[in-house]
Ligand binder design. Structure first.
Ligand SMILES: *Cc1c(COP(=O)(O)O)cnc(C)c1O
Length: 499
């Protein structure tokens, strides 16, 4: 058994043998070393593992085969939209003209990429009902920060300096309060009503001249469409605050609901979720932000501009002094943006609406099929995802959501999001997406039913799951709080999974 678990085999450091090496460089100049200035040469070796090329290749290919991915199976991770990513997007992103363009290339040599970015901005603005879009932010979370920084600039530009609070419903993604805090605001949490929506009475009571903005996720992280959205937005604007929409769940509403037209002033879009870029494990993604009229002057610079003659250029520095400035280098994560463009063009307007309709249909189908197996706390029509709960099962058998999630791995499925939203006890947040077949959804239903049966007949099987994975249960708290990413030789009890 190694530090990483038995199916993983020895680490590269353990495989290392002094003097063993990789490939040979063709025609290496004999005087290669003497061409490097003496004061730039290392005095001792870099302590890298010494392995031959076949060992190295096999090591990483074997590791890659232990990964669970949407390319290998169903991945119903709620809030993350792990839909299928069409391979044609990869082809598009790898086209030499996009992939090899130097970020400092002058505008004349970057017309194709600039045109794509400009058209993508138009498409996202149309989908969101917004006036204009910036593509710069590198993720949804950075899009949120960009949006709230624009809100701050807006209030400051009007000399309205007493707005110190941002209201965030308690079911929100953790990035919402983090964003408000990073932008220097105080976060005020708004409780949910019994139906899962925002509690309108508490909401109105918290609003005032001190409110800078309200961040609303719609559909919410409970998978519910906020039915009182009109009243909420009216109340926000009545006190002079702005409405931010967390658009991570745009997957559920395309072609059916345009947040900008409904009255939202600003919204980010997670293009890696809704518009199919492979994501997870930290990116890369993109979090374009759309704005209405009021925030238009504050968009990050440089914007992509279209000249009267139809050519494109980037805004020059200082050209728009009201801008909040750059939030990321160059034009953003260009490869992700090419994928989003390819996806949108492949779907077209009717296709995008169908995407959302099918995502909602799949979630409602699964929710209906699982009623009676798990608790369904909000059984009204859900959007692209729904919350289930193991609270009753726990009361009856002691089996918890974590045990169900770990056992699902043995059945060959990626577990759903668990213990989120925080407002639901023993929560499982399940998002099937529109790309899964009826057969796959049914296999998932069968697995969950079988696991709930096991909870009654053989609970220890669940408590010790997973049984089929390279590692068993990890101490996830320690792993998250004290990540130890450096290898050192370990034995016995020192190993993360003692024998
Ligand atoms: C994913 C998500 C975010 C954060 O987006 P990243 O691209 O992961 O930074 C914010 N809000 C909601 C509701 C999300 O699902």
């Amino acid at each position: 058994m190694t530090a990483a678990g038995d199916r993983l085999g020895p680490t590269l450091f353990e495989r290392s043998r002094p003097g063993r090496g990789g490939g040979k460089i063709p025609h290496a100049p004999k005087d290669a070393l003497s061409r490097i200035p003496a004061d730039q040469l290392r005095t001792d070796g870099p302590h890298l593992p010494e392995v031959a090329e076949p060992e190295l290749t096999r090591h990483y290919v074997n590791l890659s085969q232990l990964n669970y991915a949407v390319d290998t199976g169903f991945y119903p991770l709620g809030s993350c939209t792990m839909k299928w990513n069409p391979k044609v997007n990869e082809w598009a992103a790898r086209l030499n003209g996009f992939a090899s363009l130097h970020p400092f290339a002058p505008d004349e040599l970057a017309q194709g990429t600039l045109a794509l970015l400009w058209e993508l901005e138009q498409a996202l603005a149309e989908i969101g009902g917004m006036r204009a879009v910036t593509l710069q932010p590198a993720a949804g979370a950075q899009g949120e920060l960009t949006g709230i920084l624009m809100v701050r600039a807006y209030h400051r530009s009007r000399g309205d300096l007493g707005r110190t609070e941002v209201l965030v419903p308690d079911s929100a993604h953790g990035t919402n309060p983090a964003t408000a805090t990073m932008a220097g605001f105080k976060t005020v949490s708004i409780p949910s009503a019994a139906d899962g929506g925002v509690d309108l009475v508490a909401f109105r009571a918290a609003l005032g001249p001190q409110t800078a903005a309200v961040m609303i996720t719609n559909p919410s992280t409970l998978g519910l469409f906020e039915s009182r959205i009109g009243e909420l937005l009216e109340a926000v604007h009545a006190v002079g605050a702005l409405a931010y929409m967390d658009g991570a769940n745009l997957n559920a509403i395309m072609g059916r609901f345009k947040p900008g037209e409904a009255g939202f002033d600003v919204m980010h879009i997670n293009v890696h979720k809704t518009f199919s870029t492979p994501h997870g494990g930290g990116g890369p993604g993109a979090g374009p932000v759309g704005v209405g009229e009021r925030l238009l002057p504050f968009l990050p610079s440089p914007r992509v501009l279209r000249e009267p003659d139809g050519s494109f250029r980037l805004e020059r520095s200082g050209e728009r002094p009201t801008s909040i400035g750059r939030v990321r280098s160059f034009a953003g994560n260009a490869g992700v943006l090419v994928r989003a463009y390819a996806y949108i063009r492949a779907q077209g307007a009717a296709g995008l609406r169908e995407v959302s309709d099918d995502a909602v249909l799949a979630a409602n189908y699964l929710m209906t099929r699982l009623t009676g197996t798990l608790d369904i706390p909000f059984s009204r029509h859900c959007m692209h995802e729904f919350v289930a709960s193991a609270a009753t099962l726990k009361a009856q058998t002691g089996i918890r959501t974590i045990d169900i999630a770990k056992r699902l791995i043995d059945y060959g499925f990626h577990p759903p999001t668990i213990y989120f939203p925080l407002t639901v006890e023993e929560a499982l947040l399940i998002e099937p997406t529109e790309t899964e077949s009826l057969e796959t959804l049914e296999e998932f239903v069968a697995a969950l039913r079988s696991i709930v049966e096991e909870a009654r007949t053989d609970p220890d099987l669940l408590r010790s799951a997973p049984h089929s994975s390279p590692v068993r249960r990890l101490d996830e708290t320690t792993a998250a709080r004290q990540p130890n990413l450096r290898w050192k030789g370990m034995t016995g009890d020192q190993t993360p999974c003692p024998d």
